[in-house]
Design a protein around this ligand. Structure first.
Ligand SMILES: [Zn+2]
Length: 454
């Protein structure tokens, strides 16, 4: 059960955040519900027009202080992950029966908050007051409670700090009191905010663990101070001066690194997105175009961050094949060129056939078709493919090999592997291109394939 509070005010008391307002509306939401599904369901419940208004959702998230004692943080629900985090609260804390969400409604038609909404949710809590490192988390005033929203002094919290700061990226407002795992997380958020505003900032460490962000433009008034706080160990924004008094820079001049950070979450879910699709997404999100070359570099970097680089992937290949072998009976044969030092060897080729293919082949037509395909990318290699044909005349994948190049040696190896390990009968017809390497191998004395090649 989810309690939806609205038409009231978010307040802070000794137990953290709470809501003052009318009786909440109860709705049922399944775990793993997508945020978009929830939002679509909320509009009719609250009698709002989706075209004219927009929900901002905050969750009342419990952090265990001691057994049966919680303090509550305000968690912005901005994506499926943060919604899932909230919907899992009753599962993770059986003493809490309901998920509590606070809804803020904003009108999108004229950019004015709907009167009923608590539009003053996050008034800036005294931006000029510098916080002392030793200051205890104050709970007496709303403003200072605001400032400790993201403190994660309790290690048992299942929320990872980087998740929190990535949420704040989506929330895109920098406020005194926000906490980040480290200076790099904060830098990412500051870069993101700068990008939105068409500005650019630099960071320097002015004392140990104290960071000053400044606008790169001459005499601009904007700056931000942050420091690692002793009481919770996170980097907290302590002062925020502004706004920018400079003119905005063309957004296109931003780093590939920044773009890579932005598209990383997309690439993680859908690594096959094309550059054109990514550029479309970018345009919708930021309202400006990113050059193809920059997007290509950003995608490459995002893939490297998600999956590791080429060398790492290549090193994983033997492990992957061994896992297929032990779990699925995959037939594997490696070929290496040896080095003078026997500890090292250079990859020449790998042959594989699935046990299911080997078992299925006796039921196929007595025919094998072989072909090759060029593999592009970092390592230009050849994929050798052998297929059968089943009774329905569909292709039946039989065996594969990746080799540095197609030569008489590699064809001899490929054909011998198929003959000895994959096929179990004589009188098989072979169809291939009339390439001289293939013809040469088939005609070799002792070849298991003999003209007329069956
Ligand atoms: Zn500026």
């Amino acid at each position: 059960m989810v309690l939806c509070h609205w038409n009231g005010t978010i307040k802070y008391g000794p137990d953290g955040v709470y809501y003052e307002g009318l009786t909440p509306t109860k709705i049922r939401v399944r775990q793993k519900t997508a945020l978009s599904t929830l939002l679509n369901g909320l509009y009719p419940i609250f009698g709002l027009d989706k075209q004219k208004s927009e929900f901002k959702i905050f969750g009342r998230y419990p952090v265990v202080v001691s057994p049966d004692l919680f303090t509550y943080l305000l968690l912005p629900v901005v994506n499926d992950t943060s919604l899932e985090t909230m919907l899992e609260v009753p599962t993770n804390h059986p003493s809490i029966k309901d998920v509590e969400l606070y809804l803020e409604v904003k009108s999108t038609s004229d950019d004015v908050a709907v009167p009923a909404a608590c539009s003053s949710l996050f008034e800036n809590p005294g931006t000029s007051s510098k916080r002392q490192r030793t200051q205890q988390p104050p709970e007496a005033t709303e403003a200072s409670a605001n400032a400790c929203l993201l403190k994660k002094g309790v290690n048992s919290s299942p929320l990872k700090p980087q998740i929190m700061s990535s949420l704040w990226v989506d929330d895109h407002e920098l406020r005194v009191g926000l906490c980040f795992k480290d200076r790099y997380e904060l830098k990412k958020v500051v870069d993101w905010c700068s990008f939105r505003g068409g500005q650019r900032c630099v960071v320097k460490e002015i004392k140990k663990d104290e960071y000053l962000f400044e606008c790169i433009r001459w005499k601009c008034n904007w700056s931000l101070l942050a420091a690692r706080m002793e009481d919770h160990g996170f980097v907290e924004i302590t002062k925020c001066s502004g706004p920018h008094t400079c003119c905005s820079i063309e957004p296109d001049s931003f780093d590939v690194e920044f773009a890579a950070d932005e598209i990383e979450c997309l690439i993680r879910v859908q690594p096959t997105l094309t550059i054109a699709e990514l550029k479309d997404w970018w345009f919708k999100k930021f309202g400006c175009k990113l050059e193809t070359a920059k997007m290509q570099a950003a995608k490459k970097e995002a893939i490297r961050k998600t999956y590791g680089d080429w060398d790492q992937s290549f090193r994983l290949l033997p492990k992957l094949m061994a896992a297929f072998h032990s779990s699925n009976g995959l037939l594997v044969d490696w070929q290496y060129d040896s080095f003078p030092n026997s500890e090292f060897a250079s990859f020449r080729g790998v042959f594989w056939a699935f046990s299911q293919s080997i078992k299925g082949f006796p039921h196929c037509r007595p025919l094998i078709i072989v072909d090759t395909k060029d593999l592009d990318g970092k390592y230009p290699m050849k994929l050798m493919i052998a297929q059968g044909v089943d009774a329905d005349d569909y292709f039946f994948p039989l065996a594969f090999a990746i080799t540095q190049k197609a030569s008489t040696n590699s064809w001899r190896w490929f054909f011998t592997q198929i003959r000895e390990k994959v096929t179990q009968r004589k009188d098989i017809c072979l169809i291939s291109s009339p390439h001289r390497d293939i013809v040469a191998v088939v005609n070799e004395p002792g070849s298991l394939w003999q003209e007329p090649w069956y």
